[in-house]
Design a protein. Structure first.
Length: 264
């Protein structure tokens, strides 16, 4: 926590609004007088807070009894939180399976501010294997398999526009720095349903990546499988494991494939 955060104080009205919601959630239904006895807050303040919660759709007031009850909006907020936890659980489970089946590091990353941000990494790391996308670390989109998998969801015009915002530079002799060559590489990614990083970001690091799709038919992120080598046979074996796994995960996360998908 920063020094600035240490100096902050909570807003009393917000604290009390949450107390009202939590108290009613336990009791089921409460009158203004009940809330006054339970929370020891003036009825005038409670009336304004309850009215605000009703207007924002979190409470419902019975016109006959005057009692307040929670609405489904509060339920929706809770369900959204549970669904996010479910997503994390499904992603982690997929990463564990991929790491076990391939014997390599499996990672989930997302696009953030035109960079690749690694959120989870599963697999044994050794001192001789310096994987660049450790959890919380950022990497370029244009020279990582997960980044290229995410970019493949954009149109070529959109990629060109984003390319101009990248600080494109050769991190190794294999890094693609020409936009025309990069678009050819993206075309291959779309055709085979996975992206490759053959020492483009770091020497001795080879990765295979594929996008994780969501219910909006847009990528939620990408999963990559990384190792210190990638022969043609290894590429085919890993892709044969990765692509079906990501397809299954995407389906569980709400992706509905219509017709012939360019991703799977």
């Amino acid at each position: 926590m920063s020094l600035t955060e240490n100096k902050l104080e909570t807003i009393q009205a917000v604290d009390r609004a949450f107390q009202i919601l939590e108290t009613i959630s336990r009791k089921g239904s409460m009158s203004l007088n009940d809330l006054h006895k339970e929370l020891r807050v003036s009825k005038a303040s409670l009336l304004r807070l309850a009215y605000t919660l009703v207007q924002n759709g979190y409470l419902d007031k019975n016109p006959q009894t005057g009692n307040y009850t929670l609405t489904l909006k509060a339920y929706e907020v809770g369900i959204s939180s549970i669904q996010n936890l479910d997503k994390i659980s499904l992603i982690n489970s997929t990463l564990v399976d991929l790491s076990r089946e391939t014997g390599r590091i499996a990672q989930f990353s997302v696009e953030d501010n035109n960079q690749l941000l690694c959120l989870q990494s599963i697999g044994q790391k050794t001192s001789s294997f310096s994987i660049y996308t450790t959890v919380g670390r950022r990497s370029p989109l244009y020279c990582t398999s997960a980044g290229k998998a995410l970019l493949s969801a954009y149109t070529n015009t959109q990629i060109i526009e984003k390319w101009e915002t990248f600080d494109v530079k050769a991190l190794t002799e294999h890094t693609i720095t020409d936009i025309h060559s990069f678009l050819q590489d993206v075309s291959e990614t779309r055709r085979r349903h996975y992206a490759l990083d053959r020492e483009e970001n770091e020497y001795h690091i080879f990765c295979v990546g594929a996008p994780v799709m969501g219910h909006s038919n847009l990528p939620l992120g990408a999963i990559s499988v990384s190792g210190s080598s990638l022969t043609e046979e290894e590429e085919q074996r890993i892709a044969g494991i990765l692509v079906p796994a990501v397809k299954r995960l995407s389906g569980l996360l709400g992706y509905v494939m219509e017709g012939t998908s360019e991703y799977f």
